[in-house]
Design a protein. Structure first.
Lengths: 403, 224
């Protein structure tokens, strides 16, 4: 019998019991929709987190001072004052380093007109914006000349600026930082929150000015290093280690008084966590698809039982086992395929809505859809074959007698 | 004289119930020539239905030989038997056995589906047969919308549509009132006169009078 005839026969039955067909399909629809939506959510979350991490700076290495040691007591990491501006200069001279920015922190009262707030003050170099991946909204960032000339200029984070009522037209105005007048030369674009600390609440001034007025120590809190290309990260990391060990008089293999971290470790960790999350979500969704498949099998078995006489009649008038098998299998496949397509539509819509709410946008992976289609067809075959075989193997005599 | 259409040679059909073996048919020898109208008569339990299942290639003899059109059906597997049913046999059932929820036209066209006849031709042939049997105005009616007599005529039309060598009718009048039953017998007599071979199974001696030849079954044997 030709395929088109088999299709017509298999599909004609679906219209006979619409409610039952629809309910059976619902199982598959929910299963496929949840697979598509949850896998996309997993991917969306992964790409959202990854892009946020990359927003912290591209090819960024962070050098932090190590822990203080008093006898046998080890202090918190970063508590030592071992890193200096000279260390930063030495790192800047290494090959493959695109930019270096040492940072000294302070916290000062900032006053602009009638507004005031106590803001984090960061003394740094002209490379800060590029290393930390900040974009200037208004004005410009610190120049190397600002740093060498100890100028009292400041660039404000987006949050700080809006807190102080500064915006368009504020470039060139004077604010008070820790009681001293500073000229506003630039305002950053908002960058978003990383962790608990807002990257947008800060006042950036030249490191030399910082040392002059607020913190005359030579030690720095951290040194950010941007590497020219991702492939050089490991090399630069090793160079920095050797250089700093040499400068600090530490024997190779000894206990360093600093630590170097890069984002690849962080990205790797986050990647494995979100990967696990995706697998978990897909697993949960697959269970609902499995339940939907069992629903198909259940209904098909009932249908075979109900239509035993029909099968007997068809066999008597010349249907071969394969014809009967095909008729029922096509029915199961049609239910699962139509259910799968509707499920994909719903799943994609759900993905768009979730992406909008969660803020990572619409992440759509055609592969997910392909997998979902294949999966739903597989469900149809796997859970349709057995009932169809039952139908095909019925003894025509018994089937004809069946009431 | 050419070979008979049907030749049963020492056919036995034994049902193994586990503890005892029951012979539903015992050493049946029977020949039916092309163009015969044979009535197989017997009370219930005489083996009529078993004989019909074997004649209709729905079942196989336990021992003995059944030749249909000169070919031993033992040579066929299940799909082969389906092919034989499709090409050479038209069934008429006591309860009509029409496909529920399916129009008279689609019911009659159904056997052609399994012969691989294209849809257009199927419908044309089914329409022609139904019109010949006076059901030309009932093509779109489903079985539940037809009287018993009409349903049985649809059943006969379905048996005829493949133009089979043999019509096998199992108690074709069993569910009908006497007037409709008489009509069905007349219809089959007409078919027989136009050359069709018919085997009718019945327990009703009066209905059997309609046939041109009778065999009587009792306890799985031919007694007359």
């Amino acid at each position: 019998m030709r395929t088109i005839e088999l299709l017509r026969l298999g599909l004609s039955r679906l219209g006979h019991s619409r409610l039952r067909t629809a309910l059976t399909m619902l199982g598959i629809i929910i299963g496929v929709a949840s697979v598509v939506a949850l896998v996309s959510v997993g991917q969306g979350a992964t790409s959202g987190i990854t892009s946020r991490l990359q927003g912290l700076g591209t090819n960024l290495l962070t050098v932090n001072p190590g822990a203080t040691r008093t006898g046998f007591t080890r202090g918190a990491a970063g508590s030592a004052n071992t890193l200096t501006v000279d260390d930063a200069n030495a790192i800047a001279a290494l090959p493959g380093v695109a930019g270096v920015e040492p940072e000294i922190d302070s916290s000062q009262l900032v006053i602009a007109g009638t507004s005031n707030e106590t803001a984090p003050i960061i003394g740094t170099s002209a490379a800060y914006a590029s290393v930390r991946d900040y974009t200037i909204w208004l004005g410009s960032f610190l120049t190397p000349a600002d740093v060498t000339n100890h100028l009292r200029v400041a660039v404000l984070g987006a949050t700080t600026a809006s807190n102080l009522g500064l915006g368009q037209g504020s470039i060139g105005t004077t604010i008070s930082v820790g009681g001293l007048p500073f000229q506003v030369v630039g305002i950053f674009q908002p960058k978003g929150t990383s962790g608990a600390v807002s990257a947008d609440d800060e006042v950036v001034i030249p490191i030399t000015t910082m040392q002059d007025h607020f913190d005359n120590a030579q030690s720095v809190r951290t040194i950010g290093v941007s590497v020219a290309s991702a492939g050089q990260i490991e090399l630069v990391k090793a160079d920095i280690q050797v250089t700093l060990e040499g400068r600090h008089g530490i024997a190779p293999g000894g206990v360093d008084d600093f630590s170097i971290s890069d984002q690849s470790q962080l990205l790797q960790t986050v990647g494995s966590v979100t990967g696990l999350l995706s697998i978990l979500l897909a697993g949960i969704a697959s269970i609902s698809l499995l339940v939907g498949g069992i629903g198909i099998m259940n209904i098909m078995l009932v249908s075979v039982r109900e239509r035993t006489r029909e099968i007997g009649i068809r066999k008597a008038i010349g249907a071969k086992a394969g014809d009967i098998m095909a008729q029922f299998l096509i029915e199961a496949l049609a239910i699962s395929l139509i259910g799968g397509l509707v499920g994909i539509a719903i799943g994609v819509a759900a993905t768009a809505v979730i992406g909008l709410i969660a803020g990572w946008g619409f992440v759509f992976n055609p592969l997910t859809v392909l997998v979902a289609v294949v999966f739903s067809l597989a469900v149809g075959v796997i859970f349709g074959v057995w009932p169809a075989r039952q139908a095909a193997r019925l003894d025509p005599i018994l089937a004809l007698r069946y009431e | 004289m050419s070979a008979p259409l049907i030749e049963l040679d020492g056919v036995r059909r034994v049902y193994d119930t586990g503890r005892v073996q029951v012979a539903a048919l015992d050493r049946i020898d029977l020949q039916v020539a092309s163009g015969d109208f044979l009535a197989v008569v017997g009370p219930s339990g005489s083996g009529k239905s078993t004989l019909m299942h074997i004649l209709g290639c729905l079942d196989r003899p336990t021992t003995g030989r059944y030749r249909l059109g000169g070919v031993d059906i033992a040579d066929f597997d299940d799909d082969g038997l389906a092919e034989v049913r499709s090409r050479t046999i038209g069934f008429v059932f006591q309860d009509y056995s029409l496909l529920p929820g399916t129009s008279a036209l689609e019911n009659v066209a159904a056997p052609l589906l399994y012969q691989g006849v294209p849809r257009k031709e199927r419908l044309a042939r089914a329409t022609a047969v139904l019109e010949r049997l006076g059901l030309g105005d009932r093509l779109d009616h489903e079985p539940t919308e037809l009287s018993g007599g009409q349903q049985q005529r649809v059943g006969i039309a379905r048996a005829l549509v493949t133009n089979p060598a043999l019509i096998l009718a199992d108690e074709p009048t069993g569910n009908l009132d006497s007037a409709s039953g008489a009509e069905v017998i007349q219809l089959m007599q007409g078919l027989n006169r136009s050359g069709r071979t018919i085997i009718m199974i019945t327990h009703d001696a009066e209905v059997a009078q309609g046939a041109t030849r009778q065999v009587h079954l009792r306890d799985g044997r031919i007694v007359a």
